[in-house]
Design a protein around this ligand. Structure first.
Ligand code: HEC
Ligand code: HEC
Ligand code: HEC
Ligand code: HEC
Length: 324
């Protein structure tokens, strides 16, 4: 019975996830990094030194930040919702109350808005039955668990693909990062310091799953963004098409190497897609849904992805030294 409930919850979550994956959490549902620090002191200390936290201070005063703000006709980038979405965390007392900027990209931005799961998830001495229920409830309340690799990946890419066309074409903002879920999560931002003390890197098995999920999420979020493109010759559209084509080719390579059915299923959605603009929105929308569904299922069930180690090795060093 319990297994069934968990499964139903998972399906509901999947559907909700396809509907929306906002980069920034609702301010009235944020508890903020200081609250997490009460129990996650080391994770907090590491996070404080990452670009995610530091952007709070550095971005608004940077030359580029000011220039982008001017081109976008914004008086103050800290006050601008557009910039807040990906650079800042906001908090308010209630849905209709004014929100304050409390941090850069923070715990709530990546692990999900925490007001409904913050207290319950840390309960000590759970029975194993309580544990299953508790985590399912926490996920339903918005917790993105590190174990749910796909949910994680799409959240990173919701910011790192910069799916705002005007921000790039008019504002001169970067058209997304050279993002790679494996090398970007395992370097300077790594904080695996709770269950183990020495900030271990993800296991080989986990890195393989991250490798596939990073590319699948790039396709999902990228295709969602392409569906709304207005200037097909603009810098953003062209950059996005290139990265979609590259992601498709990487995934094709992964599908061939691993022979895993769900990887092939994700690839099948894009294999013959005409990736030039304008694209057929009905085809794109159907692909987005199918990619998300297969990727969620793969992330949940796991698979033998051992054939990907050479590819992962070829990506080279992690981005920045992990902290201790
Ligand atoms: C009252 C103490 C407490 C607070 C406050 C707290 N946590 Fe936790 N957290 C824990 C404990 C204890 C665990 C381990 C629970 C377990 O494994 O059964 C945990 C586990 C986690 C995990 C791992 C979940 C997993 O899938 O294994 C994440 C992520 C996390 N916390 C994030 C946060 C964030 C973000 C905040 C702030 C919004 C926060 N926590 C606030 C105590 C706390
Ligand atoms: C969709 C998410 C998103 C939005 C919206 C966004 N940014 Fe960014 N921004 C990013 C990411 C991701 C990077 C890192 C890019 C990279 O990897 O080089 C970045 C980098 C920057 C940088 C260079 C790094 C630094 O801190 O100096 C500046 C400046 C910047 N953004 C300013 C802005 C301004 C101003 C706005 C609002 C007008 C804005 N951004 C809106 C995601 C976003
Ligand atoms: C809410 C938006 C947001 C989310 C979610 C997010 N990032 Fe970022 N990330 C940014 C922004 C903005 C910057 C650039 C900050 C700056 O330099 O001012 C950045 C910078 C980084 C950097 C440093 C890049 C460099 O060149 O030094 C790494 C690494 C990174 N992010 C990895 C990740 C990973 C991995 C995830 C998901 C687990 C993730 N990010 C989720 C917004 C986000
Ligand atoms: C940029 C996104 C991002 C931010 C910001 C972030 N986390 Fe995480 N967190 C992750 C990812 C990704 C993992 C899993 C990393 C891995 O598997 O190597 C993780 C793992 C964890 C874990 C499990 C650690 C373990 O030992 O396995 C805890 C606890 C946690 N985060 C708490 C926090 C807290 C507290 C904050 C704020 C102070 C925070 N995180 C900020 C992305 C983020």
């Amino acid at each position: 019975m319990l297994g069934r409930l968990v499964k139903i919850g998972f399906v509901l979550l999947c559907v909700a996830g396809i509907e929306s994956s906002p980069a920034s959490p609702d301010p009235w549902r944020v508890t903020g990094p200081e609250e997490c620090a009460e129990c996650h002191r080391v994770e907090y200390r590491i996070w404080e030194e990452t670009p995610h936290s530091l952007t709070y201070e550095s971005m608004p005063d940077s030359e580029d930040g000011v220039a982008i703000g001017e081109k976008m006709d914004l008086d103050d980038v800290v006050e601008a919702e557009l910039c807040q979405t990906c650079h800042l965390t906001l908090q308010s007392e209630g849905e209709d109350e004014p929100a304050d900027v409390i941090a850069g990209v923070s715990c709530d931005s990546c692990h999900g808005a925490s007001v409904d799961w913050n207290k319950p998830h840390g309960k000590e001495n759970k029975t194993s039955e309580e544990e299953i229920e508790l985590w399912a409830a926490a996920e339903a309340a918005g917790l993105i668990r590190p174990g749910n690799v796909y949910a994680f990946a799409r959240n990173c890419l919701g910011c790192h693909l910069v799916p705002q066309e005007a921000l790039v074409n008019t504002g001169g903002h970067a058209a997304g990062s050279k993002f790679n879920l494996v090398t970007w999560s395992q370097g300077k931002i790594r904080h695996n310091t709770f269950y183990t003390v020495d900030n271990n890197e993800a296991s080989a098995e986990r890195k393989r799953m991250m490798a596939v999920m990073g590319v699948a999420a790039e396709l999902e979020i990228g295709l969602k963004a392409i569906a709304g493109i207005e200037d097909k010759d603009g810098k953003y559209a062209q950059a996005l098409l290139k990265r979609l084509q590259k992601a498709r080719s990487t995934l094709g390579n992964m599908a061939a190497k691993t022979g895993v059915a769900q990887v092939q299923a994700i690839y099948a959605e894009v294999e013959d897609m005409n990736m030039t603009l304008p694209m057929d929105n009905a085809i794109v929308t159907a692909a987005v849904t199918a990619i998300a569904t297969s990727a969620m299922a793969l992330s949940e069930k796991g698979a033998d992805l051992g054939e990907l180690d050479a590819l992962i090795e070829s990506w080279g060093e992690y981005l920045g030294e992990p902290q201790q």
